[in-house]
Design a binder for this molecule. Structure first.
Ligand code: 4AD
Ligand code: MG
Length: 458
């Protein structure tokens, strides 16, 4: 269907020209001699006003074209709008592509986020979700651009896997075998299954990313990851996207530098490419959003050792629901204190106790901590999990055994430490957590169009 995107009308370069446009009616007004429809085709946040001269359009033909949610194709000339710098279309011909009616759920009033979550197939037609998904697309592009410009290869790690990278037991099972009362053991059950062994959806592309990095040097994976996390929080989804760079010959300080550069790059990119959307989010969802992002792009992040962070928390004078001491994982309330109140900016917490972190992290000389860091940001908490990887065969083998993990699942991974092992590091950025941070959306369900969370699959 030949037509121009509505965003092309902006700026006035088509002023006086005859154009054909398409879109969905967001609002409409009808008066005696003239009717107006605000059309949106997804090419920009703004709507474009279509003006119908009622002497030229039959009332019966016009009425369905003013229904909210209807899809139209309009031919007309571009004229100046009422406000300076705006342009609208004086309709000459119009065609109803798809009608709508009064049962269309997005009527004029402002809907709650809770209600909108019940209509995932329609909510993207609201300004809020239209903006969120345009930013999601731009953010993804910016990530690819950052890595491509810096000499990384984009690799594809498998979705179906036999190992649990994080070792947290949150793997969704992949199986074709149904209930069978004759099966005597788990082993027998797994043998009967499609792969002849137990399989699951990946929780992280890291282990395969390490394989690729120890040949290609600098790689990143970018895809969906899955976790059967039981926690019903506004920050956890069962299916979420991670970008995971893995870098050979990089130590923990190098990778912290890379993570910082990446966050600054993508933030700057969004400031440059998504101005209308960010302004919209600032007005509706988070006061001061743009200044916050400007600050992220321009200034350094904080860095604190885990043990010092514990001291800060203990001296905070706050009563936490979960009291904190060395050796315990930081809860949301602790992360929020550090980012929202103490540092008031992104902070890398470095050198966590080994016991609370994953098996693959490089053990520090002190024997009790690992070269791992989380990047915490105000309002959201952890957005990046990062570490230098254990490159020593014996140490890694012992850790796998001590944790009771199945050695055969990690034989190939251990081989990397047998043949040309090198220091290497990587991290995972949760795409949705980053999106929450840049849009001010406070629930992860609102940055994934079809969100999957515990007991909720629409
Ligand atoms: O800290 P995590 O568990 O780290 C890893 O998976 C490493 N293997 C990454 C790596 O080094 N390649 O997860 C990384 C990030 C978190 O910081 C968070 O942003 C996001 O993934 N994340 C989730 N996002 C939404 N819902 C969940 N359930 C998430 N779990 C982790
Ligand atoms: Mg983590």
């Amino acid at each position: 269907m030949q037509h121009v995107d509505l965003k092309e009308i902006r700026g006035g370069k088509l002023l006086g020209k005859k154009v054909t446009v398409c879109g969905w009616v967001r609002t409409s007004r009808d008066s005696k001699n003239v009717a107006f429809a605000e059309l949106n085709d997804g090419s920009e946040l703004n709507h474009t006003q279509i003006v119908f001269d009622k002497t030229k359009f039959d009332d019966n033909a016009l009425a369905p074209m003013l229904a909210l949610g209807a899809a139209l194709r309009v031919e007309g000339s571009v004229v100046k709008g009422q406000r300076d710098g705006t342009y609208e279309i004086q309709a000459v011909n119009a065609e109803l592509l798809g009608g709508s009616d009064s049962t269309y759920p997005l009527q004029k009033k402002r809907h709650t986020m809770e209600f909108l979550r019940t209509i995932p197939h329609l909510r993207v037609r609201t300004n809020t979700f239209n903006a969120v998904f345009r930013v999601r697309s731009e953010l993804s592009y910016a990530l690819h651009e950052f890595f491509h410009k810096n000499g990384y290869y984009y690799v594809h790690s498998p979705i179906i896997t036999g190992s649990d990278c994080e070792g947290a037991g949150e793997v969704f099972k992949v199986t074709t075998v149904g209930f069978d009362p004759t099966v005597k053991s788990e082993e027998e059950y797994n043998k009967k299954d499609f792969f002849g062994c137990s399989a699951g959806l990946t929780v992280s592309g890291q282990l395969e990313g390490e394989v690729m990095a120890t040949a290609l040097g600098k790689i990143y994976t970018f895809g969906p990851t899955f976790r059967a996390e039981n926690s019903n929080t506004p920050r956890h989804a069962a299916e979420f996207w991670q970008v995971e760079p893995e870098v050979a010959f990089a130590d923990i300080n190098d990778i912290i530098g890379i993570a910082t550069d990446m966050i600054k790059y993508i933030t700057k990119y969004l400031l440059e490419h998504c101005e209308p959307e960010l302004k919209f989010f600032e007005e509706r969802f988070e006061a001061g959003l743009i200044a916050k992002l400007q600050n992220v792009a321009d200034s350094d992040f904080a860095r604190i050792d885990y043990k010092d962070a514990i001291e800060v928390l203990k001296k905070s004078g706050k009563t936490f629901v979960y009291p904190i001491e060395w050796g315990l994982d930081l809860q949301t309330e602790h992360e929020r204190y550090l980012t929202d109140e103490y540092f008031k900016k992104p902070v890398f917490v470095v050198n966590y106790p080994r016991k609370i972190k994953s098996f693959y992290m490089k053990q520090n000389p002190d024997g009790v901590t690992v070269a791992a860091t989380d990047l915490l940001v105000p309002g959201v908490g952890e957005i990046i999990g990062c570490s230098e990887r254990e490159a020593d065969y014996d140490k890694l083998l012992k850790e796998i055994k001590d944790r009771g993990m199945k050695l055969s699942d990690y034989a190939n991974y251990l081989d990397l430490r047998k043949f040309g092992t090198v220091p290497h590091s990587g991290f995972g950025l949760g795409l949705e957590r980053m999106l929450m941070y840049v849009t001010g959306m406070s629930n992860i369900r609102d940055v994934i169009e079809f969100s999957r969370t515990k007991d909720d699959l629409k």
